[in-house]
Design a protein around this ligand. Structure first.
Ligand code: FAD
Ligand code: SIN
Length: 495
């Protein structure tokens, strides 16, 4: 069959290679070059149970705790159980994880009960994975189309049969796999590259698919407080670096869950009149830091910081989207013919908060599973999005006479109203403001992205307003506690 994979991160690359090896006629398109993706920038590593005294049951348990009551145990079980095989396959495909003697080096990370984090090139794990898979892809029969932006899904008789491109061309396929990654560009401060503009979620919503858990966004506590918000990996705090206020005092537990550390930093910054806090790694010295964290070291130096001798300014930034296109454990969505894998998908794995280092693994595991779904064909029971009755949100183009908007205005509005701390008044005001904005006419990649960001911003704000509790990545100052009665997934469709 004809398979169209959209996106060249770990999920898209694995899905394309697997589909091709299964005998399908595969085209992969990606809107920049193959290596531009969140995957390419992943640092800390990939979580997997390696034996020793670690167990799949403990990896499952850690993931469920992070998910704050919303991770689906079956989906988590699949990730942790199939993880070792998927990693073995990455190694067979040429990925070189760092070794410690004859064994794969594996470190401990916050919220993992065992050392199970593999890394490559020290702090360049994502690049190690991306470049090895890209090399294999280039040698495979897969048709590669770089600098090619998918704009909309083609639907006939309720079935997805392809996409439209920027120039109006259509690409047709029996199966369309969304692997379009995250949405960090919804916010002004993000660790994500520029391609992370929520395209897949917006396309799916416009086509009538169900999206889920859109209120759950993960903010990373420590990005370099300088243009580009380069990620300063949790592994740095894992090694023992500490957070300091303007007076040089520690103010929080550096290894508490990610959302708590991010909020503690944001609160401290507010007390300091917005000034960033400092991350002090000086006790390790420049030589160790350059060897253990070569990428972060280079990023610090390029911004004029020598973190071996001075604490560096850090601030929270949008990092990972738990919400996405509702998918099942094979990547099937609510629209026949449309599949979603990796960060764009919401299959219940991460629940309300993702455990660090689980998403590269997700791409490797679920990128493989989607090919099994093709084999099931339409004879298999169709996917039923049973989680929650979707709320219908007006995601359309806005008022025809509405205001054009600048992307930076949308990002600031989202940061202020739907960022680390939310409340009903700000969210309602943001919803009203977004409703007055007019989606741009799509004439180029930037206008297509802006239109997508507007659709998803509206859906995020509606979802965040509807969840009147705090859970995982969603924190409401007016409902600061979790409410057991709301321990359910949310879902959205376009009205
Ligand atoms: P991506 O890797 O984001 O790929 C999406 C692809 O889709 C891109 O190629 C993009 O160009 C393409 N695309 C998007 N829209 C379109 C369109 N309209 N048309 C055509 N192509 C399109 N996770 C871990 O597990 N461990 C880590 O250590 C880790 N560190 C991270 C560090 C950073 C700085 C960041 C940003 C993320 C990190 N993550 C980490 C998260 C992880 O990298 C991502 O969740 C994961 O790589 C997502 O993979 P993906 O294949 O789903 O999407
Ligand atoms: C980090 O290295 O801190 C990020 C890891 C992740 O997002 O999984």
């Amino acid at each position: 069959m004809k398979v169209l994979v959209i996106g060249s991160g770990v999920a898209g690359l694995v899905a394309a290679l697997e589909s091709s090896e299964a005998g399908h006629d595969v085209t992969l398109l990606t809107k920049s070059d193959l290596a531009t993706s969140n995957t390419r920038f992943a640092q800390g590593g990939v979580a997997v149970v390696l034996g020793d005294d670690d167990t799949v049951a403990e990896h499952v348990a850690d993931t469920l705790v992070a998910g704050a009551g919303l991770s689906d145990p079956d989906t988590v079980g699949i990730l942790c159980f199939e993880g070792p095989d998927a990693i073995g396959e990455l190694i067979d495909r040429g990925v070189q994880f760092d070794m410690h003697g004859d064994e794969l080096a594996h470190g401990l990370e916050a919220a993992h009960s065992h050392p199970r984090i593999l890394h490559a090139g020290g702090d360049a794990t994502g690049a190690g994975i991306a470049y090895a898979l890209i090399e294999q892809l280039r040698r495979s029969p897969v048709t590669i189309r770089e600098q090619t932006t998918a704009v909309d899904l083609l639907i006939r008789d309720g079935r997805c049969f392809g996409v439209t491109l920027l120039d109006g061309d259509e690409l047709h396929a029996d199966a369309v796999v969304l692997a379009t990654g995250g949405a960090g560009q919804l916010f002004p401060y993000t660790t994500n590259p520029e391609v992370a503009t929520a395209d897949g979620i917006a396309m799916a919503l416009r086509a009538g698919a169900v999206a889920a858990d859109l209120e759950f966004y993960q903010f990373h506590p420590t990005s370099l407080a300088a243009p580009g918000n380069f990620l300063v990996s949790e592994a740095v705090r894992g090694e023992g670096a500490v957070l300091l206020d303007v007076d040089g005092n520690r103010f929080t537990d550096e290894l508490a869950p990610r959302d708590q550390v991010a909020r503690a930093i944001a609160a401290q910054m507010a007390k300091q009149g917005g000034a960033p806090v400092r991350l002090d790694a000086t006790r390790f010295g420049s030589e160790f830091l350059a060897k253990r964290f070569p990428n972060i070291d280079a990023a610090c130096r390029s911004q004029g910081f020598d973190w071996g001798v001075e604490p560096i300014p850090v601030a929270p930034a949008a990092h990972y989207y738990m919400g996405g296109v509702r998918a099942d454990a094979w990547g099937r969505t609510s629209l026949p013919g449309l599949y979603a894998v990796g960060e764009v998908a919401c299959n219940g794995l991460h629940g309300a908060n993702r455990l660090a280092s689980n998403s590269l693994l997700e791409g490797a595991v679920y990128g493989r599973r989607v090919v099994e779904a093709f084999a099931m064909g339409d004879a298999h029971d169709p996917f039923e999005p049973t989680w929650a009755e979707p709320i219908a949100v007006d995601l359309g183009g806005g008022r025809p006479d509405g205001e054009p908007f600048a992307r930076s205005d949308l990002q600031q509005l989202m940061w202020d109203a739907a960022g680390l701390a939310r409340n009903a008044d700000d969210l309602a005001e943001a919803a009203a403001e977004l409703a007055t904005w007019r989606a741009p006419e799509v004439t180029d990649a930037k206008s297509a992205e802006d239109a997508n960001l507007l659709v998803v911003a509206r859906a995020v704000v509606a979802s965040a307003l509807a969840r009147q509790e705090s859970r995982g990545g969603h924190y409401r100052t007016d409902f600061p506690e979790s409410d057991p009665a709301q321990a359910t997934h949310s879902a959205v469709v376009a009205r």
